[in-house]
Ligand binder design. Structure first.
Ligand SMILES: Nc1ncnc2c1ncn2[C@@H]1O[C@H](COP(=O)(O)OP(=O)(O)OP(=O)(O)O)[C@@H](O)[C@H]1O
Ligand SMILES: [Mg+2]
Length: 229
């Protein structure tokens, strides 16, 4: 599904260059649930952005489903990302002036999906993330856990094969965090989606099949999570 070969990310700064990700080989299989842990600044978000084609490696290569991302034009890469990858962030990143239904519909509308089809899909997604009755609510009227479930529904709208989540439970209390983890786990187990999740929470990481620990821009350790058993 995802293959990194000697992929590295170097940021050029006025003070010199900074290596956020050292040459990394990594393979993530279709249907796998991978957690990424590690201290602040160790390169977790950098790696996640590369995995989803939000950014390109400065050296080496990354291929998703056999497509070499460096070989695509900017436009092609955006389209690829929009249809294959669903992103979920710690701070939800919902648009405050739009309702739950409108937030979920964003990428569908951007992709010129017919209105009737959007309505059907949005209703299905609202049910799927257990937000019945909230379609017309604004993000500010929802709890953190509910907002994160809207963000997940939005990520699912284009039926991506890959979900990338950067600390999706970071702002949530235990109960809401567990609901979000259960949702991701179900999408992985029942719908066969590949999930890669950055987390600081050891218990959350245990949901995954595999736990990767980053230190100083490299994969320092890999072990099995409870999800693999
Ligand atoms: N656009 C950028 N320009 C320059 N340096 C960057 C940029 N983005 C990230 N970095 C640096 O790369 C390193 C890795 O950053 P990254 O965001 O991947 O860390 P992280 O592991 O996700 O940390 P956190 O747990 O705090 O989110 C950090 O030292 C950061 O300062
Ligand atoms: Mg980060």
């Amino acid at each position: 599904m995802i293959q990194l070969k000697q992929a590295a990310k170097v940021y050029e700064l006025e003070a010199g260059s900074f290596t956020a990700l050292k040459e990394t080989d990594l393979h993530i299989a279709k249907g796998e649930f991978v957690a990424i842990m590690g201290p602040s600044g160790s390169g977790k978000s950098t790696l996640l952005q590369l995995l989803g084609g939000l950014d390109l490696p400065t050296r080496g290569s990354i291929a998703i489903d056999g497509v070499e991302l460096s070989g695509l034009s900017e436009k092609e890469r955006t389209l690829f990302r929009r249809t294959k990858v669903g992103f979920v962030f710690q701070n939800y990143q919902l648009l405050p002036m739009m309702t739950v239904a409108e937030n979920i519909a964003l990428s569908l509308a951007a992709n010129k999906t017919p209105k009737s089809e959007i309505d059907v899909t949005v209703s299905r997604l609202i049910r799927e993330v257990n937000l019945d009755g909230k379609a017309a609510s604004f993000p500010s009227q929802l709890s953190g856990g509910q907002q994160q479930r809207v963000a997940i529904a939005r990520a699912l709208a284009m039926k991506p094969s890959l979900i990338l989540a950067d600390e999706p439970t970071g702002n949530l209390d235990r109960k809401n965090g567990q609901d979000v983890l259960q949702l991701l786990s179900r999408l992985n187990k029942e719908e066969g989606m590949t999930v890669v999740m950055v987390t600081h929470d050891r218990d959350a990481a245990q949901t995954a099949d595999r736990i990767i620990t980053m230190v100083d821009g490299e994969v320092a350790k890999e072990r099995e999570g409870a999800g693999a058993r």
